[in-house]
Design a protein. Structure first.
Length: 102
């Protein structure tokens, strides 16, 4: 996935803070369901992402064209999710149903 030059520091800071927040919430409540924490973090991230991708008021803006409709925003979001997921060290798990066993 390609990010603009200079945005890597912002991306890394946001990524780190989100992971840290998830860990803090899990540490604070040992009985909390990790999936609930992760789902809540994801829901908040989605809200912020959708907010940040609102097109400007110019219907001819070429920069906003990919996100100028709800369907366009969803397509951009799905591509981003796929790219970020595949880059994750947690994308594959030794316990995956399709993992080879020797």
């Amino acid at each position: 996935m390609e990010r603009e030059q200079g945005s890597d520091a912002s991306f890394d800071a946001a990524f780190t803070k989100a992971v840290d927040l998830g860990n803090k919430l899990a540490d604070r409540d040992k009985e909390a369901d990790l999936w609930d924490i992760a789902d809540g973090l994801l829901a908040g991230a989605l809200q912020y992402w959708l907010y940040s991708r609102q097109p400007c008021a110019d219907p001819r803006c070429t920069e906003c064209l990919p996100v100028s409709t709800a369907e366009g925003r969803m397509a951009e979001l799905q591509k981003l999710i796929r790219d970020l997921s595949e880059e994750s060290e947690y994308f594959h798990s030794p316990n995956d149903a399709n993992a080879g066993r020797a």
